[in-house]
Design a protein around this ligand. Sequence first.
Ligand code: SF4
Length: 329
Amino acid sequence: MTGDNEIVVSVRDLHTWFELRRWGIVRVGNVRAVDGISFDLKRGESVAFVGESGCGKSTLARTLLGLHIPTSGKVFFEGINMQELDRKGLLDYRARVGFVQQDPYGALPPFMDVRRILREPLIIHGVGDRKEQESRIRESMEDVRLSPPEEFLHKFPHMLSGGQQQRVVIARALMLKPSMIIADEPVSMLDASVRVEILNLLRNIQKTRQLTLAFITHDLSTVRYFAERVFVMYAGRIVEKSTVDNLLEHPAHPYTRALLDALPDPDPENAARMRELPSGEPPSLIDPPSGCRFHPRCPHAIKGLCEVDIPPDFEPGEGHTAACWLHRQ
Ligand code: SF4
């Protein structure tokens, strides 16, 4: 299949659980970090996965990267079932998916200079001779505006600013010409002054190269500029999926509405109306609430229904789903 609607990633009923053991021996339960998630990502689109910390979005990212083994469910990448890949297949898969981590300094080996960091994936995957590798390194550095490359090639991570480190991380993610980039909170550890620059850079690269971008963030205020669609996550599940504009104008799930209400308003007259997220903590992923997981915090919970039955995905509009009983027909 080719074209604008080509599906790159298909996830079906994915669960990634971690065993919880007392004293490291006796199994006492499971942390259900990802607990029944399904979605498709199309070629060349940017999708933001949004939710509070602990909602499972980083575990989802690491499962998509092949760093966690799913407990059950399926992940298809360009039509291939990831769970059926052998060691070599998994290595090839990782070449097709680039990863931009949250902490650029922690993501870069401190004992390698920029040239070596960027050459490393080419060596591991046996790409090109030394001359070709050098030209790819310079091309990626130009793409992320580490220019002129001569100024940075010999530098070690500690000699770079946070923004420059993140540009190296992005350049490394591009070295093997991936089809998809997964960016996990890519600017949350950077100074406010460089955040927009890095987000714009990622967005431009994604558009120019027609990459699929899975953008993991807790910050709903940034998604309008960097994604076409948003998936809102709560307690290991996706509770709402929509285009960005529609989600911001017509949020259908009470949790999404609460996230939007909690955003700071730049207009001081409206700022006073800003509300906190609903009372209560995000639920435990070891023993999550029955029925709708948001029901203990939801101001609209329907007694006798929401705490008992898990809401399926309803469709309040075209291309828009919300797992909430308020939208049953
Ligand atoms: Fe609230 Fe019920 Fe909707 Fe859950 S299903 S968000 S508890 S109204």
